[in-house]
Ligand binder design. Sequence first.
Ligand code: UDP
Length: 373
Amino acid sequence: MKYNDLIVGSGLFGAVYAREALDSGRSVAVIERRDHIGGNVYTKRVSDIDVHVYGAHIFHTSDREVWEYVNRFAEFNNYINSPVAIYGDELYNLPFNMNTFSKMWGIKTPAEAKAKIAEQIRDLDIKEPKNLEEQALSLVGRDVYEKLIKGYTEKQWGRPCNELPAFIIRRLPLRFVYDNNYFTDRYQGIPVDGYTALVEKLLKGADIFTGEDFFDFRKNNTLKDGAGIEYDRLIFTGQIDQYFDYQYGPLEYRSVRFETEELDTDNYQGNAVVNYTSADVPYTRIIEHKHFNFGKQPTTIISREYSSEWKPGVEPYYPINDEKNNELYQRYADLAGKEKKKDVYFGGRLGQYKYYNMDQVIAEALSLSEEIL
Ligand code: UDP
């Protein structure tokens, strides 16, 4: 079998590139290690509920081109993410906003909230935050940091907050208005038929080989059944360090384990996302999937998320973009740059070792497509 493009991985990067390549008249094959398409955005319908099998994915973007692009392939609902955080027997709204501050301190006005934060960090004298802890303290003060950030972040990343990069916490908005919308983006929603249907449409017309490990394939260019695949161009969306046989050593990732169960109630926690921010609760959050689609099903499905260090054999979810890993990645990226001569390109969270959101992955895939198609 001969194709113009072989794409490794059927997540959003691979699927968007595939769509663009197909639309420009190229033939496309996709190799996917799992037995289904979609990468980590994969959703599976169970008891009429779209379960976000590899963690909650809420689409949000301010990029109109990206928004219009995804809307060509899926209808989106008007879900707005407004998680709550539970710390012991206290409950707070996220992201950090006037609802959070008013509950934390019994205050009412933005001026009072700002004064409270200023008072809590007066002695610290942080000029330029060097790490996540300093960044968080300087933004929201000690109480919010201790109750809503420290425990959650250390569970999530398995590292102390003063050893983590500041940008991670800047993902979250901080605002002095009563607004619980987790994102500041102009467009937001969840595909009404799930992400798998969206990816299916993107991949329509490609030959898809699931249950095929690229590294097994690479040994002699054959699939499990012995069929050969020839191709001109390779788009690789797996782990970049693995592609280069870990020759400079492995990059670090965080993984997540999900404990998913169906419960005989129609509404377990009253919200799609509830974060557990205290260090003594072993999971970071509980997702109640039906609420992403305003589901009215008689039962519910929940997933507890447990964060762990990645090791071979488990799924990588989050690159750890600290200095050490970013430097190592840069060495792999230099190798990747040289592969361009061979018509090999890297993309996605794993291929580019970046804590990308979905819209950024799509924008990257579209910009690569524009460049090379
Ligand atoms: N975070 C936190 N408390 C929370 C939620 C988030 O401290 O209740 C911090 C934590 O460090 C986390 C980061 O904010 O890793 C980014 O959160 P986000 O919700 O963007 O993470 P994702 O959904 O990508 O896992």
